[in-house]
Design a protein around this ligand. Structure first.
Ligand SMILES: CSC[C@H]1O[C@H](OP(=O)(O)O)[C@H](O)[C@@H]1O
Length: 350
């Protein structure tokens, strides 16, 4: 699998360094995050973004914050961790990987440690494990998803589920990177993905870097490329998959699924099992983040492009009904309907 740029790193000096994704594709700028406030702000501002990458950043961020202090006892350490966990978890609600990563750390912290330093090193180890595991998970998703794609296929994708949204390799883009290495000649249509343009700024950039044929389209052009027979499959990432297969992903995804269903095009979701949340029975149980209206009216424009004071509504995600999803691809393989039973069996595979 061709390596992709790593967007979240813990340096040998134990500092957290992230690639500021808000500056891509024009600038490659790395930022050092030294406090839990730095991490919270970087996640909220989407400087670090993508469900797995957010979880990794939160795990490393919790370690970096914990390492700033000395502790009177292990209970003092645990209390400090609890405060950090709640604070970082409050940054964004939809991507389950944020809470999932912090809960993994909590399990480590709750173990019977002989002092705070031992617990701190265990937290570091768990955060590192979350990152290294995610890279393997994404590589496996790439291998399984590639079995669903033919050479010369036209692929439509939405938002960015590339290497920078994960530890490495990505989820939805992983089969494209792997296929390229194996000689596949994909023709990718990347939705720009308003309002924050992750598709235009990030996916088009990652695919160009990998020398994969990519055509950038506006979100409202997805229907015509499907109607013209240019798309053989739609493949996207996800932020939270419910027990019945309903899937939260970047706003606009559910519309793509409806279009794909209308045109008889398979719609695939690439989902690390860390993004499957069986405590959500259906998509109705998934909290959808709402973001500032200025992302609609002012981002990317020199002047506001809407009348002053106009009302806005800016949900950052939507939920694709499980009936519109052809298959969910995880690191363990390919899940097909009926999802409730299949997911229940699948998540216990690992
Ligand atoms: C591999 S997770 C990618 C997933 O995360 C994105 O959301 P955001 O850019 O707001 O973090 C988007 O929903 C992608 O599909």
């Amino acid at each position: 699998m061709p390596a992709t740029i790593e967007s979240v790193k813990l340096t040998e000096e134990n500092t957290l360094v992230i690639l500021d994704q808000t500056l891509l594709p024009n600038e490659l700028v790395y930022r050092t995050l030294r406090t839990k406030e730095d991490v919270w702000q970087a996640i909220v501002a989407l400087q670090v973004r993508g469900a797995p990458a957010i979880g990794i950043a939160a795990a490393y961020g919790a370690y970096v914050e914990l390492a700033r202090y000395s502790y009177d006892s292990i209970s003092d350490f645990r209390q400090t961790f609890a405060t950090i966990k709640d604070y970082l978890a409050s940054s964004r609600p939809t991507a389950v990987n944020l809470a999932w990563a912090l809960e993994r750390l909590e399990k480590v912290v709750s173990q019977p440690w002989n002092g705070a330093e031992a617990a701190l090193q265990a937290v570091r180890g768990e955060a590192e494990a979350i990152r290294t595991e995610d890279a393997c998970v994404c590589e496996a998703i790439g291998r399984h998803a590639l079995t669903l794609l033919n050479n010369q296929a036209g692929i439509l994708t939405h938002c960015n589920a590339g290497g920078i949204a994960t530890a490495k390799y990505g989820t939805a883009l992983a089969p494209l990177f792997l296929g390229k290495e194996q000689g596949y000649d994909f023709h990718v249509y990347a939705d720009e993905t308003r309002p924050l343009l992750q598709g235009a700024r990030l996916t088009a950039w990652e695919l160009q870097q990998a020398q994969i044929d990519v055509t950038l389209i506006c979100d409202n052009m997805a229907s015509i490329v499907m109607q013209q027979g240019k798309v053989d499959a739609v493949i996207v990432g996800c932020d939270r998959v419910a027990a019945n297969g309903d899937t939260a992903n970047k706003i606009g995804t559910s519309g793509l699924a409806i279009l794909a269903n209308y045109y008889g095009i398979p719609f695939y979701v690439c989902a690390p099992t860390s993004t499957i949340d069986v405590t959500c029975q259906t998509g109705a149980d998934i909290e959808i983040e709402e973001r500032a209206g200025s992302e609609i009216t002012e981002a990317w424009y020199e002047k506001p492009m809407a009348p002053a004071g106009v009302k806005t509504y800016n949900p950052a995600f939507d939920v694709t009904d499980h009936t519109l999803i052809s298959a969910i691809i995880t690191e363990h393989g390919i899940i097909r309907p009926a999802y409730k039973e299949a997911i229940a069996a699948h998540v216990h595979v690992g």
